[in-house]
Design a protein around this ligand. Structure first.
Ligand code: ACO
Length: 435
């Protein structure tokens, strides 16, 4: 049997044989299908890309029905158990696990790039005391492009490598500065003796002690959470990174766009919403009433549902186990009882079963972050820091893919036909509605 599909255009009676490759057809192969000679040709309509592959990728594999997530072929459970975030970052970017020498070099390069220009403190100072740290992060990471003007040279491998290192290294510093500003605390500088997550905790929580000592359990828990968040194939923010990067802008500007996409409550902002939701529910006995309101269409059960996972999110399973280790140190977060009961009830409800809605990564991550002392607004920031590895990996893969061009979708124009301009005095008032 040939790996092709035959499409018959019933408008003309003509048949077209279209190749199938990797389980997909090329949208451009449909352009030849025309009703007449002056016809533009058939387009594919797919709002929100629910069934469109925008790229070929070798980074992350997800089987949503089976609840499988692999980075470069390695199961997420094994990586969470045995790897470190920086090793996973290396894996997503270079495609293979590093040798000891490569790993040491990589960690060294990142550790010694964590400082940011002193001027950055000045514009962080300019933000209002209650500015959302995600707003500050999006702005400051975009501003980095003005400090590293050579970053525009995206097709020079060495320059690209340097910006990748800078991005991974400096995101925690920018995030910590945003946090310290919101608390009215002096900025804490990176400590090169500490691990990636140990140093983040240092920059966030260091007070007057000469040397900050992170709790090893929390340091490792954060590292595992970072592994789980490193990449997730063509999600909203990765798509933003690729789309904006496809204009060949510098990576700092593209990451600002990706981080902005992550900020939304349907994406990385969901963990923040979960915490607000659990706090609002307040007690286990109020859960049925809350579930009923969701089923009646009054809002979402945040932390549930996923575009790709229609069984379970393997990251949520790892996080659920991790929560218990964290609570050994921090004490049990009372919101956990509400979350567990909410999950139990929701999974028995016809509404959620029919729609295949299961807890996603954000359902439990917020509870852990809260127990570790992070304020709710920092949750999406704690997502953006590790996702930087995925963003730069996706960006580089896009740049090096000879098939990629500037991302520029088509549209189906359904607006008015050509009409003549009407002068103001001759216009009739029309209702002002968004159209
Ligand atoms: N609570 C209640 N109903 C839901 C939820 C939810 N969390 N998620 C989906 N539904 C319903 C929708 O209303 C829709 O119902 P309908 O068929 O009666 O109209 C149906 O389930 C299908 O949902 P869609 O929104 O079409 O699914 P989509 O794939 O477009 O959206 C998304 C996926 C955005 C994650 C969605 O499930 C959602 O909004 N979840 C809550 C926000 C959230 O937790 N986001 C984090 C995602 S993971 C991440 O980014 C790290």
């Amino acid at each position: 049997m040939a790996d092709t599909i035959t499409v018959t255009d019933n408008r003309t009676g003509r048949a077209y044989e279209i190749p199938i490759e990797h389980g997909a057809v090329r949208a451009m192969d449909f352009r030849q299908i025309k009703a007449s000679d002056d016809d533009f040709g058939l387009m594919l309509y797919d709002p929100a890309f629910t069934n469109t592959a925008s790229c070929k990728s070798r980074i992350t594999f997800i089987d949503g029905d089976k609840g499988i997530l692999h980075y470069r072929g390695y199961p997420i459970e094994q990586l969470a158990e045995q790897s470190t975030y920086l090793e996973v970052a290396y894996l997503t970017i270079f495609g293979e696990l590093p040798t000891k020498a490569q790993y040491d070099q990589w960690v060294h390069e990142i550790t010694y790039r964590t400082l940011v220009h002193e001027n950055i403190k000045k514009f962080v100072d300019g933000f209002h005391h209650d500015a959302h740290p995600m707003g500050m992060l999006v702005s400051t990471v975009a501003a980095l492009s003005t400090f590293y003007t050579e970053s525009k040279d995206i097709f020079d491998e060495e320059t690209r490598h340097l910006q990748i290192i800078r991005l991974i290294a400096k995101m925690p510093t920018l995030a910590a500065f945003a946090y310290r500003h919101s608390r009215g605390l002096p900025y804490a500088y990176p400590d090169n003796d500490l691990s990636f997550t140990g140093n983040l905790l240092n920059m966030l929580y260091k007070m007057s002690e000469a040397k900050y000592k992170p709790n090893p359990v929390l340091e490792r828990a954060l590292d595992i959470l970072f592994i789980l968040h490193a990449d997730h194939e063509q999600n909203c923010s990765a798509n933003a990174m690729r789309a904006v990067g496809s204009s060949h802008v510098d990576p700092f500007s593209a990451i600002a766009a990706a981080a902005a996409a992550l900020y939304g409550p349907l994406h990385g902002g969901a963990n923040e919403e979960v915490l607000r939701m659990l706090t609002e529910i307040g007690s286990v006995d109020r859960i049925p009433e809350f579930i009923k309101s969701v089923e009646e269409g009054h809002g979402l059960l945040y932390g549930f549902g996923h575009r790709v996972y229609k069984n379970f999110d393997p990251r949520a399973s790892v996080i659920k186990r991790l929560a218990h280790e964290v609570f050994e140190v921090t004490g049990r977060n009372p919101l956990l009882d509400i979350a567990l009961e909410l999950e139990r009830i929701a999974l028995e409800e016809d509404y959620f079963i029919r729609r295949k809605l299961y807890p996603n990564v954000d359902f439990y991550s917020g509870i852990i972050y809260q127990s570790m002392g992070f304020p709710v607004e920092m949750f999406p920031v704690l997502f953006a820091i590790p996702r930087t590895a995925g963003w730069v990996a996706q960006w580089q893969e896009m740049l090096l893919d000879p098939e990629q061009k500037i991302a520029r979708p088509r549209q189906l124009y359904l607006g008015p036909e050509t009409r003549d301009y009407v002068t103001m005095e001759r216009r009739e008032a029309k209702q002002q509605v968004p159209a």
